[in-house]
Design a protein. Sequence first.
Length: 321
Amino acid sequence: MKRYVVRANEKFLFSSFERPLISALLGPRRVGKTTLLEYYMSLDPEKKWVRLNMDVLGQRNRVTNEELELMIEQAALQKIGGPKKLWVFIDEAQKCPELFDQVKLIYDTHKDTDHIKFLLTGSAHLNLHQLTAESLAGRVELLNLREFNLREMAHLQHQELSLPFSDVFDVIFNTQNIDGLKDIFSHMRPFQNVLQTSLNNQLVWGGLPEVLEEPSEQYRLKYLGDYLQTYLEKDIRSIDAIGDLHLYQNLMKICAELTGSVRDDKKIMDALHCSRNTLLKYRDYLLATLQYVELFPYITSSVKRLVKSPKGYMINNGLVS
């Protein structure tokens, strides 16, 4: 297993994994979803674990042939409902549209007896390929994992540090006493230089852990180039609705250049020479693959908020750079 860095929200995630619902951990490529699940598995090796990966063509084909239940039982060497509860970890779940109906059927059959727990990971929203994820409504708990934040980056570079995990915003909103803020700032003071270095790195290179571990700018640039190419060739090329990969890549470049700006659809359409429908469709896939996010202005009226243009942000600063 790769060296594990404690994630800021891992206590919340781990407690969610213990709940009887299906757990779906979503996040962009390479943010550490699989590493986090492997670490969680290592905490309790006595559990009966079954691990599947929808990146593996053979496994994906078997699921397509409606053999998920048989695969689980063969891997576990017992029937579902046998002597031990089964914990089933399925990586890259969004790669196999046929998976979700079978997960639903198995879950519904055994939900009252708690014989099986599903943990799914995906680098895109579960409805990316028009999957039947809506069939999991009321059964699935959607969880998110982001790139490394400043505290996690500092831990990655300086394993010996014992950075406090108190959050400034938690203190602001949960205390009426200014002493709470003074205490947290006092505790963080020794780490000021380390956190400033982490901030500088994140602003330029983003928070992908493998980028941060690369020894030089040259290798970091190569990693980000390979990351972008893999995203386009594996994730986007597999989407039938994306008919022009070059246009999609140009949209990414424009969104990176306009990161933090109010969205201007006419300006983008003029630059891409495309229709509004094409722009909306392609941008929806940027959102669905968790590479891009839009923030609407904070206005108490929902109607007024939605008619205003949002600001758009490419999530990964390394790709923006």
